[in-house]
Design a binder for this molecule. Structure first.
Ligand code: R5P
Length: 293
């Protein structure tokens, strides 16, 4: 196949690793700001006739990251790319999937429409759990599961542990991970009081109260860290050591420092940070390979 992996500004590290797994050429997208803050993008390599895989994680400045990807998509098409795919280790706005209050925009739907020009949008663990019709409103999207990479990480690192999911939606990733590890997880119910406050309804009374060396709590996103902190309080009843695994470690404000006070924090490299111990590049490369066959 004549393909190229292009790293956009939110995902250059993981993009390089994906290219290496696939033995494909890698090129970084040029993205600069003019003095008035307008974004300017351009390709460094020949695009004509190629399948272009743009790799972007929407985490630094989401609005700029969105624009950068859309500018790159349309430029690649202008330059004669055969197909243009977006590979999003982390894709934003999917939590805004319904009108929570009257008059609100459903931004998950709008963002899906904005990205409809891509031939495929690969998204690692999209936060699309409340939507039965994800495929209907985001027809060109394809989910990539991080379960195997996380299960392998846990298997290598721990022997005696309890797996925990902080809310009902976490069943979407905690059950596949648990199946691979042949264990039963504890799953909580969460009530969101506000964007910055959550309350967990304990699932412990219904579960075995086994004491393990560690409790590993896995959430798809760590943003303010409040969900993990609340889950951590419950986890303390079962083990002294707490591990917080966030598939997408956004870590707004000082959430990482706050979380580190009660446990060890680990994330994947869908968003690159000091906690990125779980490498998803092979998982993503495997999906690209299947698509390109
Ligand atoms: C929401 O349902 C997600 O799965 C996460 O639990 C949530 O986004 C975490 O956010 P925060 O770290 O702000 O509690």
């Amino acid at each position: 196949m004549t393909s190229i992996i292009v790293g956009c500004s939110g995902a250059t590290e993981i993009a390089k690793k994906i290219a290496k797994h696939l033995k494909l050429p890698y090129s970084k997208l040029n993205a600069e700001k003019f003095p008035d803050n307008e974004l300017h993008t351009g390709f460094n390599s020949t695009i004509k006739g190629k399948d272009v895989f743009l790799v972007q994680s929407f985490c630094k400045d989401i609005a700029d990251d969105v624009l950068e990807s859309l500018f790159a998509l349309h430029t690649a098409k202008d330059l004669g790319a055969k197909k243009v795919m977006l590979v999003a280790p982390y894709f934003p706005y999917l939590r805004q999937d319904k009108r929570f209050k009257q008059g609100e925009s459903i931004n998950a739907r709008i963002i899906a429409r904005l990205f409809s020009g891509f031939d495929r949008v690969f998204i690692v663990e999209p936060h699309a759990h409340r939507l039965k019709d994800f495929k209907a409103y985001f027809p060109n999207a394809q989910k990539i599961s991080a379960a195997k990479a996380i299960a392998e990480y846990i298997h290598k690192k721990f022997d005696d542990y309890i797996l925990m999911g902080p809310d009902e939606e976490s069943a979407n990733w905690i059950i596949p991970i648990s199946k691979l590890l042949h264990t039963n997880p504890i799953i909580f119910e969460k009530k969101r009081i506000s964007p910055r406050k959550v309350r967990l309804v304990s699932g412990l009374s219904r579960e075995r109260k086994r004491i393990a060396k560690v409790v590993i709590i896995v959430d798809d996103i760590i943003s303010t860290g409040d969900t993990m902190i609340e889950a951590g309080k419950e986890a303390k009843k079962l083990a002294k050591a707490i591990y917080y695994i966030g598939i997408h470690g956004i870590f707004v404000e000082n959430s990482l420092q706050k979380l580190k006070k009660s446990g060890k924090v680990i994330s994947s490299n869908s968003i690159s940070s000091s906690t990125s111990e779980i490498d998803l590049s092979k998982t993503i490369a495997d999906e690209i390979r299947k698509f390109s066959k």
